[in-house]
Design a protein around this ligand. Structure first.
Ligand SMILES: Cc1cc2nc3c(=O)[nH]c(=O)nc-3n(C[C@H](O)[C@H](O)[C@H](O)COP(=O)(O)O)c2cc1C
Length: 188
């Protein structure tokens, strides 16, 4: 038997994307977003409310970065999702997050979060509230590299469970994509 829950936004698990942008004075801000994903080759789409300071920043600066929230900074990453820069303009200072400007786009990189997508603004639809950006570069701190590749074991990204509003850390590797299926008899 299956229980029906009706329509919900439960695409499990969801990412924890920390979107960083500059405001009109050049002050860095960040917010937490779960409703995002790849929508085209090198293109990301995020459903982001027009009320957020971040949205207003991106419409002005035409750029943003997306870093992955990590196990080491769960409370900081949640904080940027519950406090708005409309009320607390120095949000990042409150959590001791520091930034540097991306070499590729007009947006801040949060030093404490080691993997970042650096994106150019493509479009924002006020009706659907969908923001699209082109990924111009991906950067990662050396401490999360292994054999010059990004190691998820070292990054320790967290994921969002919308069913009970909780965070989980990504667990251990359990297989190789595009290879596990070849173990099925059909391929032998
Ligand atoms: C787990 C989590 C997920 C969130 N996902 C989204 C989202 O996908 N889209 C959105 O517009 N807001 C989302 N929010 C809310 C914003 O992060 C929040 O309103 C934030 O304070 C906006 O900050 P700003 O006004 O400084 O830009 C999320 C918050 C949390 C805690």
């Amino acid at each position: 038997m299956r229980k029906n829950f009706g329509p919900k936004t439960w695409l499990v698990p969801m990412p924890v994307l920390i979107i960083a942008s500059y405001d009109e004075k050049g002050t860095a801000n960040a917010m937490n977003a779960a409703w995002g994903g790849i929508s085209e080759y090198e293109e990301i789409s995020i459903c982001i409310s027009k009320e957020h300071k971040t949205t207003q920043n991106i419409l002005l600066s035409k750029a943003f970065t997306i870093s992955f929230a990590t196990e080491n900074f769960v409370k900081e990453c949640d904080y940027v999702g519950i406090v708005s820069a409309h009320n607390i303009p120095n949000k990042l200072e409150k959590i001791n997050f520091t930034t540097k400007k991306s070499d590729f786009v007009n947006a801040p990189i949060i030093n404490q979060l080691p993997m970042t997508l650096e994106c150019k603004f493509l479009s924002y639809d006020e009706k659907t509230e969908i923001l699209k950006g082109k990924i111009i570069n991906i950067s990662a701190s050396e401490e999360i590299l292994e054999n010059n590749k990004i190691s998820l074991e070292k990054l320790k990204p967290i994921i969002f469970n919308p069913i009970n509003n909780s965070y989980y850390v990504v667990g251990k590797k359990i297989g190789d994509a595009f290879k596990e299926g070849k173990k099925i008899d059909h391929f032998k």
